[in-house]
Design a protein around this ligand. Structure first.
Ligand code: NAP
Length: 248
């Protein structure tokens, strides 16, 4: 029986790299993204199928609890069972605290934090019944040290690290591990929008031990480790995947 995984926000960027990376490691996949990314999501699914893996696509908004329940039900019906949930969908819309609107604060938490909770809640009964599960949450370097304009994002990702720890405590007795990765600056659409000017790219390259910024593929190995049985005795952790930009 093939291992299976749901990846949220999988049409592009880090989520798509994780999808392809898991497909290359033999996983069948349920790929999710929001309605507006339908074409890119279908494209990602074709890439996975081209690697010889089964792949279903699920359009759903992770900030909507009923969408999350439907997404998990469709994934189970399409793949038979779910071994792994990768909570990857996230948003970053820069704003200083002075200019922050309550709406932007709430939207950020609705996707980045409540989305993780809702997808976890939707899948965990199934994982408990099977007494097996791997949940991997995409937190961020911002959970360790955010930058100006990221207060809402840093708070939402710090909450993901806290949620990861308590999920690990609650689910460990059912054979379910829960871990987080904290990527540094990864050159996706989000990463590029975050940095904007070439001078900032050069600055962050300079202060990173590896003297480069990340590519989506740099996040795949750590996620695949937490998704696999190689990490069977590792849970409740948050691993920096940042080329050496922050130490904790
Ligand atoms: P990205 O390129 O913006 O991709 C994120 C995907 O998630 C997009 O397709 C996005 O669609 C989708 N999405 C947004 N809201 C959603 C929702 N409510 N339901 C389902 N899907 C939704 O971002 P990325 O850089 O690959 O980041 C992936 C994850 O890593 C995020 O959680 C991010 O916070 C985290 N991360 C990224 C970096 C970085 O430097 N790139 C660093 C640390 C952590 P739309 O674009 O249409 O909204």
């Amino acid at each position: 029986m093939s291992r299976t995984a749901i990846v949220t926000g999988a049409s592009r960027g880090i989520g798509r790299a994780i999808a392809v990376g898991l497909a290359n490691r033999g996983y069948d996949l349920a790929l999710n993204d929001i309605d507006r990314q339908k074409d890119d999501l279908n494209d990602a699914a074709e890439e996975v199928r081209g690697l010889g893996r089964k792949c279903v696509t699920i359009l759903a908004d992770v900030s909507d609890a009923s969408d999350c329940k439907r997404a998990v039900a469709e994934a189970i019906s399409g793949l038979g069972h779910i071994d792994v949930l990768v909570n990857n969908a996230g948003i970053l819309k820069l704003s200083t605290i002075d200019e922050m609107t309550p709406e932007l604060w709430d939207q950020t938490f609705a996707v980045n934090t409540r989305g993780v909770f809702q997808m976890t809640q939707a899948v965990v009964t199934h994982m408990k019944e099977r007494r097996y599960g791997r949940i991997v949450n995409l937190a961020s370097l911002a959970a360790r040290t955010g930058g100006p304009g990221q207060s809402h994002y840093a708070a939402s990702k710090s909450a993901v690290v806290g949620f990861t720890r308590v999920s690990s405590m609650e689910f460990g007795g059912f054979g379910i591990t829960v871990n987080a990765v904290c990527p540094g600056i990864i050159m996706t659409e989000m990463g590029r929008n975050n940095l904007r000017e070439p001078e900032r790219v050069a600055y962050f390259e300079k202060i990173t031990d590896l003297h480069r910024l990340g590519q989506p593929e740099d996040v795949v190995g750590p996620v695949a480790f937490f998704a696999s049985d190689d990490s069977a005795f590792v849970t409740g952790q948050a691993l920096n995947v940042d080329g050496g930009i922050f130490y904790s």
